[in-house]
Design a protein around this ligand. Structure first.
Ligand code: ZN
Length: 318
């Protein structure tokens, strides 16, 4: 069966994680440096990544924990960067992800690839072909919200017009600088045909989501869960066919959502908003996509059939 719906619904009803993993899924919100497999990283480097064993209270807490325990500074070479990319494909393969949207932050092009975008692109495709050749890769250009816009514009220069990239995404601290600062970058990205995404409404408000969508002309919002607090914002998202790429466990572990039972994905989905379920940072949140679906089912957030509709939507099969 093309969509595997029967298999997926049964896997959830049976609480069978292995069977959930066998069903095709998308992961459209995945920061690959933190999205890899612990086992793969350990096999390749001997480095053990600990699990987060507490709930954090802010994105700053998360960054602090990450600095202390994941310490990405240890992976500061092209060889180790490749291990992280391969680990992300390994993880996705184990998870049954068949469509994966990941990419580098623009600053990393100079640091790891000598400023050569072709090498950057090749590195991702080589890792994909080596580890998980059947995964469809959507390559993304990443921007960090704390970086000065002038610096981002400089780093972006060699990326413009490269047909290998599917999307552009702004991530990091939502409160670092006003969204208006990014308008000119997003206009240019639109002119090159990139899908426009940004992390909004994780910590910000429903109004922030609407404003960012209008100003940057976004196609998709990473998180965007604050919109659930406003009927007007949800109506706006439905009318404008905006997609929210949601990461439930991440929201709970950073202390943004009090409990999974009350996760806003329920309100958003049942209001008709286009949502997908994703991992965010597997290494921090223990949040692969299969676990996310099963956790939402177990906590009674959505029915198996609703979760299947979300899964098919992510794969473009809805
Ligand atoms: Zn994210």
């Amino acid at each position: 069966m093309v969509g595997h719906s029967k298999e997926f619904v049964k896997a959830l009803a049976d609480h069978d994680l292995t069977a959930v993993r066998r069903v095709p899924k998308s992961d459209l919100h995945n920061h690959f440096v933190l999205g890899g497999s612990r086992d793969y990283i350990f096999q390749q480097t001997g480095i053990k990544m600990p699990l987060l064993d507490k709930t954090l209270h802010s994105i700053h807490d998360m960054h602090k924990w990450r600095e202390e325990h994941i310490a990405l500074g240890r992976f500061d070479s092209i060889e180790l960067r490749k291990v992280l990319i391969e680990a992300a494909f390994y993880q996705a393969k184990q998870d049954g992800v068949t469509l994966l949207e990941i990419g580098e932050d623009v600053w990393a092009n100079g640091k790891f690839y000598g400023g050569d975008v072709s090498l950057l692109v090749e590195t991702f495709y080589e890792a994909r072909d080596k580890i998980a050749p059947s995964i469809e890769l959507r390559l993304q250009i990443g921007l960090s919200r704390h970086c000065p816009v002038g610096a981002l514009e400089g780093w972006l220069e060699p990326f413009w017009g490269r047909q290998e990239f599917y999307s552009i995404d702004l991530s990091g601290d939502e409160l670092a600088q006003p969204i208006e600062n990014f308008v000119s970058i997003y206009r240019k990205a639109k002119s090159y045909g990139l899908k426009l995404k940004a992390h909004i409404g994780e910590w910000g408000t429903a109004d922030d989501v609407v404003r960012a969508v209008e100003l940057l002309e976004l196609d998709e919002v990473q998180h965007g869960i604050a919109a659930a607090g406003s009927r007007a914002a949800m109506d706006f998202l439905v009318e404008n066919r905006l997609r929210l790429n949601i990461c439930p466990t991440s929201n709970v572990k950073v202390g943004r959502v009090h409990s999974l039972e009350n996760h806003p994905v329920k309100v958003l989905f049942r209001h008709g908003v286009d949502v997908t379920i994703n991992s965010d940072d597997v290494l921090v949140f223990d949040s692969d996509v299969s676990k996310e679906y099963l956790r939402l089912y177990r906590h009674g957030v959505l029915t198996a059939e609703e979760l299947d509709a979300i899964r098919l939507n992510g794969l473009g099969l809805a």
